[in-house]
Design a protein around this ligand. Structure first.
Ligand code: NAP
Length: 468
């Protein structure tokens, strides 16, 4: 695959970037390892923090430039791209501020002289997706750099300019070579990075396909991995949920980032026939009203999807859904204009044999299910291979909690679509992956939680053989 900037709003290829050579793989690894061993892990936490604060400051000062790369390369609405830049800066600052606290040794109750300290592991290798080109990197870099690890990233091939812009944040005076490396690597080179003994951990955000391939490779090399993979989040609407705010949340939950979010609300499951009809009518009206246009135009509400391949895949899924008996209530096709635009689409009448019943729809397509009971809603919600996020909308918080407790997911929300913030742990169960990013949990994924036990000089040996 070529690393290329292609404007999804026009289809125009703007620039092709040179991939790295096999010799570069060795150079990057050697620098990252040298930086870890002789520089970074020995730096006081406050000095590490100053590098992250500086990166966050640059993101804020150059927000317009950073946002424009994302909009140009993957079609995110420009206002949302600015929001992503700000969120990425927030994440870097969050870890810079809290690392000292997260790194504090933890005494062990009932074991005098014993404590658990948190040490870095070494070089961490990341494979990252295009849908939030900076936020996904900040989720990795914030905790890993603050814990004392160094980072190598293979970013998605359709956001190379964004990848380079992020790498620039970790260049300059006082920043050691090898701290953060962006590599335009092919899949064979990715395998070489994973196999190399200097890489101590591997993290992937992307599809099940990429996750399975990288996790298998990492497993063979006995390396810890974190997998942040796909999702098909349920959005359950109980009979008593106030309709208008629930619909506003549904629209945001589905259409944020043109529907290309792992934690987008993808399946709307409404309890009760009358409530179901009203909800679907409201959602169709809102989807129909979205203004299609250039993502750089501030008034646009529906931009292109990220690539021609993404558009074709989504249109194929809609066609297969129709063949399987689904009804298209609005949209369903390509927008008649240049670029990779898919109409805002609402599907209904999706039975369990329909292929999209269990698939992730990564774009502006909402699947709606009207069910007769809470039990049925829970069954539909759990009937996918995924388990990333999920939400329940209701006026009765206790009932909402009971329903939420039965949703198989890594994140659960009541009266809010799944969302993200620096201090909220992020990740899934089932095929959505394992491990967590963000918050303190994200800080703890690639560390050595080392037991240290100090006994007074002359302590007597244990009297029984305690094994181990
Ligand atoms: P993708 O094809 O898996 O791409 C993601 C990254 O993996 C890219 O850098 C890609 O490189 C790389 N990749 C793909 N196959 C690989 C392989 N066999 N070996 C090594 N690297 C490989 O994902 P996508 O379809 O573009 O992105 C959308 C998916 O990501 C959705 O399923 C979405 O739900 C998921 N996602 C999950 C999260 C989360 O936090 N759980 C967040 C965002 C997205 P190339 O670009 O060079 O192909």
């Amino acid at each position: 695959m070529a690393y290329q900037t292609i404007n999804p709003a026009t289809g125009e290829i703007l620039k092709t970037f040179q991939g790295i050579t096999d010799d570069d793989v060795e150079t990057v690894l050697a620098r990252a390892q040298h930086c870890f061993e002789h520089e970074w892990r020995n730096r006081p936490v406050a000095q590490r923090a100053s590098v992250l604060y500086r990166a966050a400051k640059q993101l804020r000062e150059r927000a317009e430039e950073f946002a424009s790369y994302v909009t140009l390369e993957m079609g995110k609405l420009i206002g949302d791209a600015r929001g992503e830049v700000a969120l990425s800066a927030d994440i870097l600052e969050y870890y810079a501020e809290r690392a000292e606290h997260f790194l504090r040794p933890a005494p062990i109750a009932g074991a005098p002289g014993c404590e658990i300290e948190t040490r870095p592991l070494g070089v961490i290798f990341g494979v990252e997706p295009w849908n939030f080109p900076y936020y996904q990197l900040a989720r990795v870099v914030g905790p890993q750099l603050m814990v004392g690890n160094t980072v190598i990233v293979k970013h998605a091939s359709n956001v190379p300019r964004s990848a380079l812009a992020f790498a620039e944040l970790f260049e300059g005076d006082g920043i050691p070579l090898g701290l953060y490396s962006n590599v335009f690597a092919n899949f064979d080179q990715v395998a070489r990075f994973i196999d190399d003994s200097r890489v101590r951990g591997v993290t992937v955000t992307g599809s099940e396909r990429a996750g399975a391939s990288v996790a298998e490779r990492a497993g063979r090399a006995l390396k810890k991995s974190v997998m942040e993979l796909g999702g098909s989040d349920p959005f359950i609407v109980l009979e008593d949920a106030p309709l208008e705010p629930t619909l506003d949340n549904a629209l945001w939950g589905r259409m944020n980032n043109t529907g290309q979010s792992c934690v987008a609300a993808k399946r709307f499951i409404v309890v009760g026939k009358a409530r179901g009809e009203a909800f679907i009518e409201g959602l169709v009206a809102r989807m129909r009203a979205l203004k299609v246009g250039d993502p750089f135009d501030e008034s646009t509400r529906l931009g292109p999807v990220s690539s021609e391949a993404a558009m074709k895949h989504l249109l194929d899924q809609i066609a297969a859904a129709k063949r399987g008996g689904a009804r298209v209530l609005v949209g369903g096709g390509r927008v008649d204009r240049p670029g990779f635009y898919v109409e805002a689409t609402v599907l209904t009448d999706i039975d369990p044999r329909n292929p999209i019943y269990t698939q992730e729809l990564f774009g502006p397509v909402a699947s709606c299910y009207v069910v007769g009971s809470e039990e049925e809603a829970i069954a539909v919600a759990n009937a996918t291979p995924f388990g990333l996020g999920g939400s329940v909308f209701t006026a009765d918080l206790a009932r909402g909690r009971r329903v939420l407790d039965r949703i198989e997911s890594g994140m659960g929300f009541i009266n809010h679509p799944t969302w993200t913030a620096p201090n909220l742990p992020f990740g899934g169960v089932k095929n959505s992956g394992y491990g967590r990013e963000l918050a303190e949990l994200g800080f703890g994924e690639f560390v050595n939680r080392r037991l240290v036990s100090i006994s007074p000089a002359g302590s007597t040996a244990p009297s029984v053989n305690q094994g181990g």
